[in-house]
Design a protein. Structure first.
Length: 206
């Protein structure tokens, strides 16, 4: 059974960047529903025991079109939100360190340049979707954007996300209305790069 990541902060723990009601609604209702629907579809498809990353990377093997669509949408929603919520905190780890910092500097020139790329992708995503920083097992970094609940895994890129910027309106509309740019700018204040580096190390074995 797939389970929502457990938050290591209270619903009001991300304020003032993300308000308590948004966390309660986004995590407690939207993410919870993706998780329930994923489990229902995975049970029907006989893939309930698969690792979520492997499942998203092998959706073409699910022959039933309706189940494949349900797994893509709800599996993506489950995975994307697990990454998003687990990468946030108010702990103050707001800049990369270690090998990940070195890789960012090498690929993008600086952390500020990476933020500019991610911001442009997040603001340029028409409608609902995500902006990503991803890594492959060789340690190569990539930025990208995806519509709906797709991600670099389900898109078959060979990359795994380590930073997720959610630009669905339910992620920010209660606090920021239509000001997506303000939300994205503030989100960098609560991205926890210690947690992000842990994902980088898991994927690359560094």
């Amino acid at each position: 059974m797939f389970e929502q990541v457990k938050l290591d902060y209270e619903a009001d723990g991300l304020e003032p960047v993300i308000d308590k009601t948004t966390v309660e609604t986004h995590y407690g209702k939207h993410h919870a529903l993706y998780t329930k629907n994923l489990n229902d579809a995975a049970e029907k498809a006989g893939v309930a025991d698969m690792d979520i990353e492997k499942l998203l990377a092998s959706l073409d093997e699910v022959k039933d079109e309706a189940l494949r669509k349900a797994l893509r949408n709800n599996g993506g929603g489950f995975y994307n939100h697990n990454l998003y919520f687990s990468s946030l905190s108010s702990a103050g780890n707001t800049e990369p360190v270690g090998e990940l910092k070195a890789k960012i500097d090498e690929k993008f020139g600086s952390f500020d340049k990476l933020k500019e790329e991610l911001t442009a992708l997040a603001l340029g995503q028409f409608g609902s979707g995500w902006a990503w920083l991803s890594v492959n097992p060789s340690g190569e970094l990539m930025t990208s954007a995806s519509p709906n609940q797709d991600n670099p895994i389900s898109e078959g890129t060979g990359f795994v996300p380590i930073v997720a910027i959610d630009v669905w309106e339910h992620a920010y509309y209660l606090g920021y209305k239509n000001l997506r740019a303000d939300y994205v700018a503030k989100l960098f204040d609560i991205l926890d790069w210690k947690k992000i580096e842990e994902n980088y190390i898991r994927i690359t074995g560094a």
